[in-house]
Ligand binder design. Structure first.
Ligand code: BGC
Length: 381
């Protein structure tokens, strides 16, 4: 009886919302049409029934990298499966485009903005506007800086990503066993992405000791973040820098043994440069080369021994966490967090959930990437 009463009450509430919703809830945007009557909305895994049909804005940086396409698709699918409406936008790596997309989401009446920022420091104004409209903000993968209005942050443990890359180089060169000296060059990610610094610091927490004791030699002498950072994570810029490094420092038979690349888009450019410089033969094999994201071309490069490893960040896991956060915020529950001290954005320490990164290489990629259902064998042909 009690149950029946509750159902009737909830139905009245839904009808009430439909009839006298705020302008946001009755927005004319096609994205904002009510979903409360969809079959999914009665599924038992759904959040509080009153949160259903609400519009969630998802701002992604670019479609040019595979990972963000996966992130966007996973977020959309998982949110829709819970009965939410989704406004998913990609900004072509252009900060102004991303800002206007977010402003639009605010106007359309999104209840939550999930943002993978292009420039972590360029969203202060738009977040002020979101706050004034009562919208909560979740920073996705990349921290948004200099704003008190970042409610949560969900990411992979960025420092650990660098540590795993550094350890891979340490192990595969036998540095712990005292082997060396080896030649290495270092790359870092885009300076406007807060993650890039964490990746760099994590990797250097392992590699610095060997640079200091002479077992790793950086012939270019370029090891400070500012010197080695590649703006916009751009493959072509990484290729150009690698070309210059090779010309200036590796003439006359001197070979590279390792290259630290923070991610796959840089690794693509680095491999292209190495290939042009004659690497990839028995007498001149590719150096150990790190990466991140396990993008398909890079996994193929791993299989072909051009790239050694890539950090696997399962975008399904990250999306699941963010959807849990969305549910919790909209139903007045505690959002899942497991770190409340690391990510200070300049205004506050943002409560975060850090997922665990692992690495894939030629020896384990089948287990990590195919057995987990992330890729099909045919994707990697
Ligand atoms: C992400 C990486 C990605 C890079 C370039 C970083 O913020 O954490 O996974 O490779 O951006 O898009």
């Amino acid at each position: 009886m009690k149950k029946l009463l509750a159902v009737i009450l909830v139905s009245i509430m839904i009808l009430g919302l439909g009839a006298c919703g705020t302008p946001e809830e009755t927005s004319s945007s096609p994205d904002a049409s009510p979903a409360a009557s969809s079959p999914e909305s009665s599924s038992s895994s759904s959040p509080d029934v009153s949160a259903k049909g609400m519009l969630i804005g998802v701002g992604m940086p670019t479609q040019s990298l595979q990972r963000w396409n996966e992130d966007g698709a996973n977020m959309k699918a998982q949110l829709e499966a819970k009965g939410y409406k989704v406004d998913l936008q990609y900004a072509n790596n252009d900060v102004n485009t991303q800002v206007s997309q977010l402003e639009n989401m605010i106007l359309k009446g999104c209840k939550i903005l999930v943002i993978a920022a292009i420039d972590g420091s360029a969203l202060t104004n738009v977040l002020n506007n979101a706050h004034n409209a009562g919208i909560k903000v979740i920073a996705y993968d990349r921290l948004i800086m200099n704003s008190p209005y970042v409610d949560y942050y969900a990411t992979f443990d960025n420092f650990k990503v660098g540590v795993v890359q550094g350890k891979y180089i340490e192990k595969n060169l036998g540095l712990k066993d005292g082997k060396g000296p080896f030649n290495i060059e270092l790359f870092a990610g885009s300076p406007n992405d807060n993650n890039a610094n964490y990746f760099y610091k994590g990797a250097m927490s392992i590699l610095d000791q060997y640079i200091n004791n002479g077992k790793l030699v950086v012939s270019s002498g370029q090891k400070d973040f500012a010197k080695i950072a590649i703006q916009d994570w751009d493959s072509a810029k990484a290729q150009a820098r690698m070309d210059n490094l090779i010309t200036a420092n590796y003439a006359g038979g001197k070979k590279l043994d390792a290259v630290l690349s923070p991610n796959d888009s840089l690794a693509i450019g680095i491999v292209a440069s190495l290939k042009n410089a004659g690497y990839g033969t028995d007498s001149k094999p590719y150096p150990i080369l790190t990466g991140q994201d396990c993008d398909k071309p890079n996994v193929k490069a791993m299989i072909n021994k051009q790239q050694s490893m890539s950090i696997f960040k399962d975008t399904r896991t990250l999306a699941t966490k963010v959807v849990e956060m969305v549910d919790a915020i909209l139903t007045g529950k505690e959002a899942p967090v497991n770190d409340i001290k690391t990510y200070n954005n300049g205004s506050k320490v943002v409560p975060s959930f850090l997922c665990d990164p692992v690495f894939a290489d030629a020896s384990n990629y089948k287990q990590i990437l195919i057995d987990s259902g992330y890729y099909k064998e045919s994707d990697l042909k």
